[in-house]
Each structure stands twice: as structure tokens, then as C-alpha cells.
Design a binder for this molecule. Sequence first.
Ligand code: URA
Length: 486
Amino acid sequence: MTTRGKLKPRLGAFYAVQLPEADDFAFWRERARGLVQCDVPPDRIAWIEPGATGSLFASGDTRLSPPPSDARAVRASKAFVQAAQTAMCHSDPDRFGLLYRLLWRLQGNPRALEDRADADVRRLDEFIRQVRRDMHKMRAFVRFRLVPTDADALGPEAAEHYVAWFEPEHHILRANAGFFVRRFANMRWSILTPQGSLHWDGDALCEGPPAQKADAPAGDAMEELWRRYYASIFNPARLKIGAMLKEMPRKYWKNMPETALIADLVAGAQGREATMIDAGAIAPEDRPDSLSAIDKAIHMCRRCPIGELETRAVMGEGPQDADLMIVGEQPGDQEDLAGRPFVGPAGHLLDEHLEQAGIDRAATYVTNGVKHFKFVMRGKRRLHQSPTAKEIDTCRWWIEDERALVKPKLVLALGASAARSMLGRTVSISRERGRAHGLGDGSELWITAHPSYLLRLDGAGREEQERLFDADLAAVAGRLAELAGR
Ligand code: URA
């Protein structure tokens, strides 16, 4: 590389740069730019972790002259900046040096990152993969515990404070903060780690010092719920220990209440397989005992990939003694924003047809089989994606709990996903609509099309489907009146 500008690095000068924070990308970028513009080659720089002390630092020359005014702009593609931002969160002390080497090389060869065989490029990829995996694991495995707070001093809303202890491998706490704020926006929580802590009071996020495990509480009712949930979704017929360990590596087990069950569940798997009818079935006495307990629990649920998306769980709504429960597939974009089921376009269409059939929505319990909105981004829009059979089956635990508490006489499933969430099998709407299916507890399931399906049709096709939809709703209204003895 040629020396640009008037200012040359002093021959033999050595630069030591100490980062103020382990993940301070803005600081690194600012320093790296200045060093490139002053033509300081990678091997003349020692990048030092925050808090480190030592001989290098003492003898290093940290005073870099400002770059010359005619120094060329530093080249760094958007892809490099994004990659560097993620890799900066890695715990390897060489990350700063690696990024500087790559930045240095990009000045002479803007395509340097495209050489997948290059050792530095491969290392960068590996850092990014490991950081992303750690972020994902944190999202999945943070377990909040409810701690009692002084309600008298702080007011009733402050009474519920959730605290989690987590030990990340990399410096991902700050990078993951947005996820937890969006996901648990309405809760008061703290996440404590050995690297620092985050505290959210429902309005503002603040950072705190590193913590110790003893600072976090152990054991509460929520833990018991997690344990029961895990036991209920554990399917011994599908036991694959290798895959389980890959998904939930042992190093995370110590802070997850449900993992206390794993050894017993694995040991008893074969015996249970013979008698197990339904992976979602659990004894009635093990159910959460209120709708608000389910509401809290679904907000924590990240048992399937949908729970990993940054959406909020949408709980069912309506009277707990409703005779009719209407089940949709999953919240849509509007429902996710409002936190209520069926408030978007499909909800408006449903309301119109319910009114026409003489079914009072206000007297109905309305919910969804899947509690989170599954989507893909298209530009700025979040496009609905259907849940997979496995995702619906994983979420059945919650809808079964709701049904056990509401005890409706009739359940109306809108569409094939909702019908699957009630029956645990694939359902053909055209073959199974418009008649009663026994649900085992004396209640009946009725199946019809989903209003979103009607919204996608037009012309004669739409008219025909609306007619069938109305006929199904009229049959449900008639059956409701019959059961009420009217
Ligand atoms: N579609 C559904 O299935 N449920 C909703 O809540 C909204 C749209």
C-alpha cells in the first residue's frame, strides 16, 4: 500500500488502541478510519480489550496525528460494515485486529471479502455465525423469574418485576436489547449477565454493571409453568438426543428450569411412548388456573421459530363463560400491533357475517390456535406466512388450556390451521365443514373457512364461498340456540 497524504506514520511507531467497551463498534470504526488514513499497517497496532492493563499498553504510542486533510476517503462496503458490527460482539480478543486487517485490505482490493478461501474472510464468517447463534440462544433460553418488589414503595404496577440470569458466550447483551424490549414491552424486567445488565421499566431501558448469578432470584411459579409445558410438549416417540443437544446445548441447561426434567423424561421415554396418545395431553390438574396466567406465559413462549420473531403474543378475548369459542389461525399484522385477535380486515369481515347470522361477538370468546404472528418482510411490509403443522401442534398446549378454562359448548374453527389446532390432525374444510365433531368433553367442534380466504377471492367464487360461510355460521347459531334451550 502506498502512503497517501503528506503525513506518514512515524517509522517503527506502534499504536495501542484500547476500546472503551467490548462491543463499541462506533469507537472502533472511528479509530480504524483514522489509522487507515494515516497508513498505519495492521501489524503496527495493538487493539486492547477494555479494562486490560499491561506492558504493551504502557509502551505503545497511542497518540495518532489527525489524518491529512487530503487523505482519501476510507472504503468500506455496507456489507463489510454490517458484518463488522456483528463480529465486533465476538469474545475473541483478535476481533478488532481481524476487522482492521480486512478493512486495510479492502482499500487495495474492494472485492477482498469475496474470497471465501481466504483465512481472514473465513474467520470473519465464523465469528458472525457464532455471534448470531449466541444471540438466538439468548432469545430462546432466557428464563425470567418473578421477584417480589416493594409494592407500597413503588406503586402497584411496579409489584411485578421479572429478573433473568444469562451467561452469553459473546458480547451480545446490547445487541439483543431491542429484541427483549419489543417482546416484553409491557413487563418490568432485568436481564443480568456477567458482562453487564439491562433494566426495562416499561418505558426506558438502562444499562447496569456486571452481575453474579446470586443476584438473580431462583424459583417461582413461572418456573413450574415452564417445567409443565416442557413435559407436555416432550414427545418421547420423537426422541433424538443428538438433535436435542444441538438445539439446547448443555451449557445453557443450568439456568433453565425445565431442563431439570430432561434426564427423567429421557429415561422414561420408551415406557411413555406406548401409552402416550397425544404429545399435548397433560393431566387437568396441571393446567394453569387462569386466563391471565396463560396470557403471561404465552408472552414468554419461544418454543417454536414463530416465537423467535419480534412480535407480541396475542391472547384470546371475550367472556370466560362464553358458550361459543371462535378459533382463528394466528394474529395478523394488525392484531400483532393491537394485541387483540381479529381486529384487521379478516376480523371486519368476520364481524359482518357474525352479525348477519345473529351471533353476538361480544358474547363469544375469540382466540387463535397459534399465538404469534408469523411473517416475512417484503420491503417494509410484513407478509403473513402460514404456520407449519409442527408450529400449530406446539402451540396446541395453549389453546387447550384456554378451552379447559372457558369450557365453551361449541368451538368454531376458522380454516384448516385452526381446525388442526383443535383436532391435532390435517383437516379438509370442504369435507368436514358445517357439521359437529365431538371433542371428547361433550363440546362440539364446527369447522368453516377462514375469512382471509374469502378476502382473497372475487366475483362468483367469492359469492359462492360467502354463501357457504353464512350457511356454516347459521348452523352454529342454530345449534347454540338449541343448546341454550331456546
Ligand atoms: N386471522 C386470524 O386467524 N386471526 C386473527 O386474529 C386475525 C386474522
